[in-house]
Design a protein around this ligand. Structure first.
Ligand SMILES: N[C@@H](CCC(=O)N[C@@H](CSCc1ccc([N+](=O)[O-])cc1)C(=O)NCC(=O)O)C(=O)O
Length: 214
């Protein structure tokens, strides 16, 4: 059955691959599944047709037959459960890969999202300059243990998994801040993820939408 995802008609990042449809594209490319993309404008996201699919009026969503789901982590997990290549067959290794999926979204991403808020949404507030270093230090308090745990291996738990896909995707958003460079093994880990042919196909697909002339 055809898989259809939704993505920004024009991504606010101009095609840098930071919007969450890239994570779903990457997962589908890793398992070799083709998919269609329905592009949605910011206005259309808030209209009944899309809200019926995504109660919060966002992207991405995932449709296949009579299944329709939202929430990137759930979509990636759904893809990983139904196709080999993103979760190991060994039960304990599979549980650890799922652990890293949750860790990326629940432990690592929240302070990174807070940095986006602090540096973009709140930057003109009187207290913004005072708050920013606190936000950055909360990110460092997560990156430090993650860096130590990764050490000098390629992936978080043996072979590449959906846990790495989501962790690399979360860390990618930090690159512009310079914080990632304070942890060279994490910066190298992100580059390893970006070097994967599946990621490159996913990136090119979203880039082609946002920069068709290029
Ligand atoms: N928890 C949900 C969050 C989904 C979400 O935040 N979607 C964003 C796009 S990806 C987040 C995102 C947006 C923009 C950039 N960027 O760099 O420009 C990066 C990431 C969205 O639809 N925003 C429109 C809205 O909320 O009205 C999930 O993981 O699926």
């Amino acid at each position: 059955m055809t898989i259809t995802i939704t993505a920004f008609e024009q991504s606010p990042d101009g095609g840098k691959g930071l919007a969450r449809d890239t994570r779903v594209r990457w997962a589908l490319e890793e398992v070799g599944r083709s998919y269609e993309t329905r592009l949605v404008s910011l206005a259309a996201m808030k209209q009944p047709a899309h809200l019926a699919l995504h109660p919060f009026g966002q992207i991405p969503t995932y449709e296949e037959g009579d299944l329709a789901i939202f929430e990137t982590g759930a979509i990636v997990f759904h893809i990983a459960e139904r196709h080999p290549g993103l979760l190991p067959p060994d039960e304990n290794a599979r549980a650890r890969a799922i652990m890293w999926m949750f860790a990326s979204l629940n432990t690592i991403e929240p302070p990174i999202l807070d940095l986006t808020t602090a540096s973009l949404v709140e930057r003109d507030r009187s207290w913004a300059r005072e708050r920013l270093p606190l936000v950055e230090d909360r990110i460092r308090s997560r990156l430090g243990p993650l860096s130590s745990r990764l050490g000098d291996v390629d992936w978080l738990d043996g072979t590449f998994s959906a846990g790495d896909l989501l962790m690399v995707s979360v860390l990618l958003r930090l690159r512009a801040s310079g914080l990632l460079d304070e942890f060279p093994n994490l910066a190298a880990y992100v580059c390893r993820g970006e070097a994967r042919p599946a990621y490159q196909r996913a990136f090119e697909a979203q880039y082609a939408i946002n920069c068709p002339a290029a």
